[in-house]
Write a protein that binds this ligand. Structure first.
Ligand code: NAP
Length: 287
């Protein structure tokens, strides 16, 4: 039996769809959800629904019992997820889960001084706990979902520029759906025990490149301006906006080259080349 956590979310539900598409019978898939109401779409597909919460240890041990493969999707509550993940690993151990597949993060950061620490801490510690637990595991180090790029760069067609303190930092991204597809391969095939995969693109791009691609696609001139962190904060203050610290942390980490990790792992697992960033941008900004 496969159990997918975060199954009402984007990544979990996409992974379940790829499992079904790949021929895994719905009777072999369970979904951990917090809300049964929100799980109607999964129910219709014949998926077994299990209620559980990362904050409720007892619910996790119960949900994990008898599970062969657990897809542990990282939590969204950044302030509490390190302790939530501690409980999940403990519960998987107590329930004797045979194989835990964890959606970790891809970054070069390892210290608390990094601007990315708010995101990285839970991933770094969870990887360590999984290794120390003796549980069979697979680490899927997810890079930035390309789907999030428009959120980072803002309304460029209106402003005519990408204005971010990311310097010359390069980012390697891939579509969330392609990461989910590769995850379904890991869940449904053999040969992945105690392995680590980098779920990132085969190439990395700077915001200068991204501005150029959008210019080419839209025939508008989009420039890239990289202010200092102070200038960036000041400019937002002037228009009465506050920048979420976690967002700024990601950008500053990108400036330091933290997201410049390339790999062929995803391509191998999905068996075809990844969707290139230019195709993604054409789709988003098509006129
Ligand atoms: N690589 C990236 O660029 C990137 C970007 C964003 C997020 N992420 C990480 O990747 C994960 C998957 O992304 P996504 O797009 O699928 O996010 P999503 O759509 O927000 O889904 C997250 C799922 O986690 C579940 N969840 C959150 N807290 C929980 C708790 N206490 N107990 C049980 N379930 C809980 C949510 O349940 P409900 O449906 O009940 O809310 C939801 O189903 C995220 O959780 C986050 O850790 C990565």
């Amino acid at each position: 039996m496969i159990l997918v956590t975060g199954a009402n979310g984007h990544f979990g539900s996409l992974t379940i769809d790829f499992l079904l598409k790949g021929g895994i019978d719905a009777s072999q898939i369970s979904a951990l959800v917090r809300s049964e109401e929100k799980a109607q779409a999964l129910k219709v597909k014949g998926i077994n629904i299990i209620l559980g919460d990362y904050n409720d240890y007892t619910s996790l041990v119960k949900a994990f019992s008898g599970i062969d493969k657990l897809l542990f999707v990282s939590g969204t509550d950044l302030l509490n997820r390190t302790s939530q993940h501690r409980s999940i690993v403990k519960a998987a151990k107590e329930a004797s889960v045979k194989h835990v597949i964890y959606t970790s993060g891809a970054f070069k950061t390892v210290t608390a001084e990094s601007p990315l620490w708010l995101f990285a801490e839970a991933h770094i510690k969870t990887e360590q706990w999984l290794k120390e637990s003796g549980l069979t595991h697979t680490l899927l180090k997810n890079g930035l979902y390309m789907d999030y790029l428009p959120y980072f760069i803002g309304n460029v067609l209106e402003t005519g520029m990408i204005y971010l303190p990311a310097g010359d930092g390069k980012i390697s991204m891939a579509l969330r759906s392609e990461m989910a597809e590769a995850t379904a391969t890991v869940l449904s095939t053999e040969g992945h025990k105690n392995k680590t995969y980098d779920f990132v693109g085969t190439e990395a791009y700077g915001y200068e490149d991204i501005a150029r691609y959008i210019s080419e696609t839209t025939k508008n001139t989009i420039s890239y301006i990289s202010p200092t962190e102070v200038e960036f904060r000041d400019s937002l203050k002037k228009v009465g906006q506050n920048i979420p610290e976690e967002f700024l942390g990601i950008i500053l980490a990108q400036a330091q080259g933290d997201a410049d990790i390339q790999s062929g792992d995803l391509e191998k697992l999905i068996g075809r080349p990844l969707t290139p960033i230019t195709s993604f941008l054409q789709e988003i900004y098509k006129v």
